[in-house]
Design a protein around this ligand. Structure first.
Ligand code: ATP
Ligand code: MG
Length: 253
């Protein structure tokens, strides 16, 4: 691979599987021999906790984007070979206010990552559930955006708002930003609702919708409490298999 792929996993809606996707897609890519960097860019620090890593006061995403640490200094290994993490920080939530009016405030993450992520094949950024400054920073630093969509009504309304935001970001700050794809999460094929949403999203997004969908699977919600990705918790579970399938599809896009 000549250039690495920086992918923001975003949706302004809460609880739609962003963090679960960052952890488990990341682990699945690493199991396919890719070097993967995860960035916990959400003040909820769920991705950090879900990988069994404790938040520290220094050496985290906040000190990285404020230029107090280099990427190398904040990297933490995870239990998965080839999977590294930039730990999150609760103090990231103050960024919006601290930086109100500051010049180049949309470029902080981009600048922190530029010239230092070359050894990774994939960089996955876990975004918070909003379209505020943090998500804007993530989208400005990325070349692709992967949208997780929970299979429920109103999912599409949020999606069109997010697509508008992506268009704005392209015009204002990052012309290279592409839609990587949309993945349906917590999908239940037995439910008419799930199938309806799938059909609607397919109509609206065409082939950007991934063929792989992530089923509702209890192993996916249990694994974070052990601080490990689902492939290490139960490799035979439907959740683990679906994220390995998704990784293969992502690698082919
Ligand atoms: N496919 C799934 N099957 C079962 N549970 C899931 C699945 N995906 C996610 N969950 C659970 O649903 C909850 C929300 O998921 P997750 O934290 O990944 O969403 P999120 O979009 O990152 O949320 P937030 O917007 O708050 O950051 C979590 O408790 C998670 O364990
Ligand atoms: Mg999350």
């Amino acid at each position: 691979m000549t250039e690495n792929r920086i992918i923001a996993v975003a949706n302004q809606k809460g609880g739609v599987g962003k963090t679960t996707t960052v952890i488990n897609l990341g682990a699945s890519l690493a199991m396919n021999d890719c070097d993967v960097l995860l960035i916990d860019f959400d003040p909820q620090v769920n991705a950090t906790a879900g990988l069994g890593i404790r938040e520290t006061s220094g050496n985290n995403i906040s000190t990285l984007i404020l230029g107090e640490n280099s990427l190398e200094e904040v990297l933490e290994p995870t239990g998965v070979d080839g999977l590294m993490l930039v730990p999150g920080s609760r103090s990231l939530s103050g960024l919006e206010i601290e930086l109100a009016g500051a010049e180049y405030r949309e470029y902080l993450l981009k600048e922190a990552l530029e010239d230092s992520t070359g050894s990774f094949d994939y960089v996955l950024i876990d975004c918070p559930p909003s379209l505020g400054l943090l998500t804007i920073n993530a989208l400005v630093a990325s070349n692709e955006v992967l949208v997780t969509l929970q299979s429920e009504y109103y999912a599409l309304e949020g999606l069109s708002h997010l697509m508008d935001t992506v268009r704005n970001i392209r015009q204002l700050w990052n012309p290279r930003l592409k839609i990587n794809g949309v993945v349906l999460t917590m999908f239940d094929r037995r439910l008419i609702l799930s199938r309806d949403v799938e059909e609607e999203v397919r109509e609206f997004m065409g082939s950007t919708l991934y063929n792989t969908y992530i089923p509702r699977n209890v192993k996916l919600s249990e694994a974070p409490s052990y601080g490990i990705p689902v492939v290490m918790y139960d490799a035979k579970s439907k959740g683990a298999i679906s994220y390995l399938d998704l990784a293969r599809e992502v690698m082919n896009r």
